[in-house]
Write a protein that binds this ligand. Structure first.
Ligand SMILES: [Zn+2]
Ligand SMILES: [Zn+2]
Length: 266
């Protein structure tokens, strides 16, 4: 493959600022745990459904607003859409975010109002990024409760989120998925599509970037989904903490080849 991709400056600036917001809130969100939920974590039930976090409303709303304004500042074309979202009832916004945290997001537009002008994609983007620092802090707190031998799902054992990237361990090439929401990592089968579960080797493939041999993309011809992969044998120093910004080019590449990654169902 000979594709060389230059990221637009605006995109880099946008992701850099997004990362800054996440850093500002990292470790200082604060929450309590309501343990009245189901009592059997593992075996397909993420920890968040057992040890339910309750976050402070003012922190949640501050995160929501900062992410909304970031989109508005960097994407002037969406200014009006963001304004419409910000004018929604704070109670409904907070409730919506709580349901996203619990892993049961309702139809986004309907959750806020009947306003047909609310743009679901923008709303989901803002909410997802507002929720990330909250879930990352939660994940660090409950990490010790996660039992790796009881988890074989492709969704996150802590928050139920979708994997954002995978890494192949340096020593033995085992594949770990990393949650796109809370950064938890868990071991997952090497030859299996993490969107549809396909294990047929004939229809599973890899896109390789010649200029960056440690960066790969696992693809599935059955569901046309992809997941980005960092091979740590070839890139031992890659910083997984900043993967979002540093692997955007893989998303662009995968989409150029007709693959998506929205359809993962847990
Ligand atoms: Zn997670
Ligand atoms: Zn698949």
């Amino acid at each position: 493959m000979q594709n060389i991709i230059h990221l637009p400056r605006e995109l880099v600036d946008f992701y850099t600022e997004l990362t800054e917001i996440q850093k500002d809130f990292a470790g200082s969100c604060g929450f309590s745990i309501d343990e009245s939920g189901e009592k059997d974590a593992g075996n397909g039930i993420p920890l968040i459904q057992v040890y339910k976090p309750v976050f402070r409303r003012e922190t949640v709303m501050a995160l929501f607003k900062q992410n909304a304004l970031l989109v508005s500042d960097h994407q002037p074309g969406f200014k009006k859409e963001v304004e419409t979202i910000l004018q929604s009832s704070p109670d409904l916004i907070f409730q919506f975010i709580e349901t996203v945290i619990s892993g049961n997001p309702p139809e986004s537009k309907a959750a806020l109002s009947d306003d047909a002008h609310i743009n679901d994609d923008i709303l989901n983007f803002i909410v997802r990024n507002a929720v990330k620092p909250l879930l990352k802090e939660y994940a660090l707190h409950v990490a010790g409760k996660f039992k790796p031998d009881k988890w074989s799902e492709s969704c996150c054992p802590v928050c139920g989120g979708r994997p954002g990237i995978a890494r192949l361990e340096r020593e033995n090439g085992q594949r770990y998925l990393r949650c796109s929401m809370c950064d938890t990592e868990w071991l997952y089968k090497r030859m299996s599509c993490c969107s549809c579960g396909n294990e047929d080797h004939e229809s599973l493939g890899i896109l390789i970037v010649e200029e960056s041999p440690g960066c790969k993309i696992d693809v599935c011809e059955r569901c046309r989904c992809y997941i980005k992969v960092i091979d740590q044998k070839e890139m031992p120093g890659f910083d997984m903490e900043t993967y979002e910004l540093n692997t955007v080019f893989l998303d662009i590449l995968a989409r150029q080849h007709g693959y998506g990654n929205e359809s993962l169902v847990c």
